[in-house]
Design a protein around this ligand. Structure first.
Ligand SMILES: Cc1cc2nc3c(=O)[nH]c(=O)nc-3n(C[C@H](O)[C@H](O)[C@H](O)COP(=O)(O)O)c2cc1C
Length: 403
């Protein structure tokens, strides 16, 4: 047994028992799912988006999990009505212990902004311990404007991008409820730290981003009109999530942390699927994480092992709390003009080289040649870029540092 470590994370006056929230999405839209997440030790659930007035865009879900490219993508999705969302929160609050946080995700799409506050208050009265404002969904007005449709009003991602309107909506909510308010922005927000700052200065307790990017999935070039979605006719811009978006998502979290400073509570999201990816995302600035795609693919019951592994890892590294991990790398991420680049060259081990020829083809390098037994590097021509190390199927190439 190692030393005990503190996994808790504070959001305003709330304490998450660990940094892992089920991100709003199709795995937290009903009571049984939320119970399953609670039973597996998750800290809480950002309950599936509830929209009022309803419907906005609302279709039965059509998803693709493009395993090879590690992309999850979708456009069609079913949202909850406010009534459905309130019922789920009420039922869950009555049946699940308080240390599992219920954080409904809401969007108000009426003409006024006061409606945001009224909707949030209804969810607070139903037992929500925090309220999450969806200023992130790309499949609302953002998708419409991206495909040339006109929209009356900004919702989801477009509202979060709108520095004039988002503070009004946030303030209406923070004035209306006592529980902490979390604002979730789009990863595509062109001024993410500024939007997040506006939310915090209007009373939000935490901010975060969804990690999602709109993309165009594969097209069958022999049958270009056909959609890759099953049981859906059209090709659409789709909301990408999962491992593919992870480097972009970590960059967003990092930029939020840099922009907002050490005290802001920042929730990161995008492609977290295991201990390694979770710790990395915490290290670049997240205080906590929303995880969605991995729960669609693997359910919830991998969390107990992940928590166990996290404690072992923290003991090994001498970290006593999540705070010791969070932002650990902030000061290590250098600007492009601050690099220390060592001289050196690639070396090919003749014992391991099978002369397969893959490294001979590298387009930006003239340094690799071969005889009939092995390949070798001309040190004077080697740029020391290290692409050959990554390409070698036999791990025969390594870098030699000369200064
Ligand atoms: C099918 C699907 C539905 C989602 N629905 C919502 C939603 O209703 N509200 C929301 O704030 N985020 C929603 N998200 C975003 C996720 O909560 C999460 O932030 C994002 O997908 C990145 O994390 P991941 O790579 O772990 O999925 C959805 C994601 C997916 C894949």
């Amino acid at each position: 047994m190692g030393k005990s470590v503190d996994l808790r994370v504070k959001i305003g006056n709330l304490s998450l028992k660990n940094p892992f929230l089920v991100g709003s999405g199709p795995t937290v839209r009903d009571l049984d799912q939320i119970k399953a997440a609670a039973d597996s030790g998750w800290a809480g659930a950002s309950v599936k988006l509830a929209i009022e007035p309803f419907p906005y865009l609302n279709f039965n879900p059509r998803y693709r999990w493009l395993k090879q490219d590690k992309i999850h993508i979708f456009t069609a999705e079913k949202r909850l009505t406010a009534k459905e969302g309130l019922k789920v929160v009420e039922q869950a609050r009555n049946q699940i212990s308080d240390d599992f946080l219920l954080i409904p995700t809401i969007t108000y799409d009426g003409e006024d902004y006061e409606g945001w506050g009224k909707l949030a208050k209804q969810f607070e009265d139903a037992g929500a311990q925090a309220i999450e404002l969806n200023m992130c969904c790309p499949n609302m007005s953002y998708n419409l404007s991206s495909t040339g449709e006109s929209t009356k009003k900004s919702t989801g991602a477009s509202l979060g991008n709108d520095l004039a309107c988002l503070p009004i909506a946030v303030k209406c909510v923070t004035d209306a409820v006592r529980v902490p308010v979390i604002v979730k922005f789009s990863a595509e927000n062109p001024h993410l730290p500024a939007s997040a700052y506006a939310a915090l200065t209007n009373g939000a307790a935490a901010v975060g981003h969804n990690g999602n990017w709109l993309g165009i999935p594969d097209i069958d070039i022999k049958n270009p009109d056909k959609s890759i979605y099953r049981l859906q006719d059209q090709i659409t811009l789709g909301c990408m999530s999962g491992p593919f978006v992870r480097p972009l998502a970590m960059r967003d979290t990092y930029q939020l942390r840099r922009g907002l400073g050490p005290d802001a509570v920042i929730i990161g999201s995008g492609g977290v699927s295991n201990l390694q990816t979770a710790v990395q995302h915490l290290m670049v600035g997240a205080s906590a994480l929303w995880i969605c795609t991995e729960t669609m693919i693997r359910g919830f019951d991998w969390m107990p092992k992940m928590l166990e592994d996290l404690v072992v890892y923290m003991n090994e590294m001498g970290y006593e709390s999540i705070n010791d991990i969070s932002s650990r790398l902030l000061k290590n991420i250098a600007s492009a003009n601050e690099l220390t680049v060592h001289d050196g060259y690639a070396y090919i081990d003749p014992e391991k080289c099978i002369n397969c020829g893959i490294c001979w083809k590298i387009g930006h390098c003239n340094a690799i040649d071969h005889d009939d037994k092995t390949s070798y590097v001309n040190k004077d021509l080697c740029l020391a870029c290290s692409t050959c190390v990554d390409l070698c199927p036999k791990k025969a190439i390594s870098m030699v540092q000369t200064n």
